[in-house]
Design a protein around this ligand. Structure first.
Ligand SMILES: [Zn+2]
Ligand SMILES: [Zn+2]
Length: 395
């Protein structure tokens, strides 16, 4: 019978150790059968099935996504959510290591259920599809999946071991220019070249890029540039990826894109349509008090987390949208050396390596112990919420 928080942590580590082989098996099964955004049917069935067998009440298809789920053990507050990502990258398999995120979240939820003293309140294991494109967590936030939850916990395998994830805000916009078709030699003065407008937009954005704040940038591609060389293009379209260090800076950048597109349209006699093409990923607010807890628990396995290198950003994730609503952590734990990179075949290989197995067990223990701390310590919850509100206000 566990009495102190230390005893609870010890019981949890024992429970995780007992499940280590089974969790590694889950990680390898996901790795062997990669599935992509919103089509992670086997993964969702496997993970939600394991939770159901352990006594969790499982709701499938949450937030209108067939491959999302929310599994709950216990009721009311306090409540802690473990986030399970399981989508892979087309052509690269599990090159972002989400198989390990899923297995660790699963393992932490099961360990908390194994140790009744650890789970005052409610433990949720939330299946979050399509992190790599689609933003399952953003849709779940909107659907209220995280309402009444005190903390959202996950880890991400990486090439660094960083307590906090420097993740930018990100969104994609489609810009279409409408002109008028004409024969380029027969009646050129009748033509209004939509492609010329799109090209001009790229030029204007290049000039804009020189005066953007750190970490803000726009990357565009041409998705439609006309149909034949003997027709003045009446329609041209580009897709623009916008990133910024904060969600507020991303809103500014979006306004600038609109202004540039409208200005180019006026200058070229075209009309411009600017529309959002993807869910907006907000920048990540780290719960310092909770990521510090996670780091402390992880250090028992001999893995030290450091703050991220200054000025380095590692892309974007829909965990940002969760972190706006409630205290959240998204530490990185290295499964390969820092000269490597995720989203590569080498990283996919690392996600099924002996080092990944060690990281999986260590991260599962640290997640479960951090979750137990949240559930059992009103002081920690109060501190986490106190740190959360001002962080979110500084958008
Ligand atoms: Zn990724
Ligand atoms: Zn990822």
């Amino acid at each position: 019978m566990a009495r102190t928080l230390d005893d609870v942590h010890q019981e949890i580590r024992k429970a995780v150790a007992e499940r280590a082989a089974a969790l590694w098996d889950v990680a390898l099964r996901l790795h062997a059968e990669p599935e992509y955004a919103f089509a992670e049917h086997r993964a969702a069935a496997l993970l939600s099935g394991e939770l159901e067998r352990a006594g969790f009440a499982v709701e499938r298809g949450v937030a209108g996504m067939p491959t999302a789920f929310a599994a709950r053990s216990g009721e009311g507050r306090p409540a802690v959510a473990l986030l399970l990502e399981y989508d892979a990258l087309p052509g690269l398999g599990h090159a972002c290591g989400h198989n390990l995120i899923a297995a660790a979240g699963l393992g932490a939820a099961l360990a908390l259920r194994d140790v009744p003293e650890a789970s005052a309140g409610a433990v949720l294991a939330v299946g979050t599809p399509a992190e790599e494109g689609g933003g399952g967590k953003a849709l779940e936030v909107e659907a209220g999946v995280f309402d009444g939850v005190d903390a959202a916990l996950m880890f991400h395998p990486g090439v660094h071991s960083w307590a906090r994830a420097p993740l930018t805000a990100q969104v994609q916009y489609r810009v279409g220019f409408h002109g008028r078709a004409a024969h380029p030699t027969g009646n050129p003065t009748e033509g209004v070249d939509a492609l010329a407008a799109l090209v001009e937009l790229f030029n204007v954005l290049a000039a804009l890029g020189r005066r953007l704040p750190e970490a803000s940038h726009v990357q565009g591609i041409v998705t439609h540039g006309g149909t034949a060389t003997n027709i003045v293009p009446e329609y041209a379209e580009g897709l623009f990826g916008l990133r910024a260090a904060t969600t507020g800076a991303l809103e500014d950048l979006t306004e600038q894109l609109r202004t540039c597109a409208q200005g180019v349209a006026r200058a070229t006699g075209t009309t411009a349509e600017v529309e959002r093409a993807t869910v907006r990923y907000e920048h990540f607010h780290d719960s310092a008090v909770l990521s510090e807890r996670f780091a402390r628990h992880l250090s028992r396995s001999g893995i030290a987390l450091t703050p991220p290198a200054p000025g380095v950003y590692l892309g974007s994730s829909d965990i940002g949208n969760v972190s706006t609503r409630l205290p959240a952590i998204h530490p990185f734990v290295a499964i390969m050396d820092p000269d490597g990179s995720d989203h590569t075949p080498e990283f996919a290989e690392a996600a099924a390596s002996p080092r990944a197995r060690e990281v999986l067990v260590a991260a599962t223990e640290a997640l479960a112990c951090t979750a137990a701390d949240v559930l059992l310590s009103p002081e920690l919850r109060a501190e986490a919420w106190e740190g959360h509100r001002p962080a979110v206000a500084r958008r």
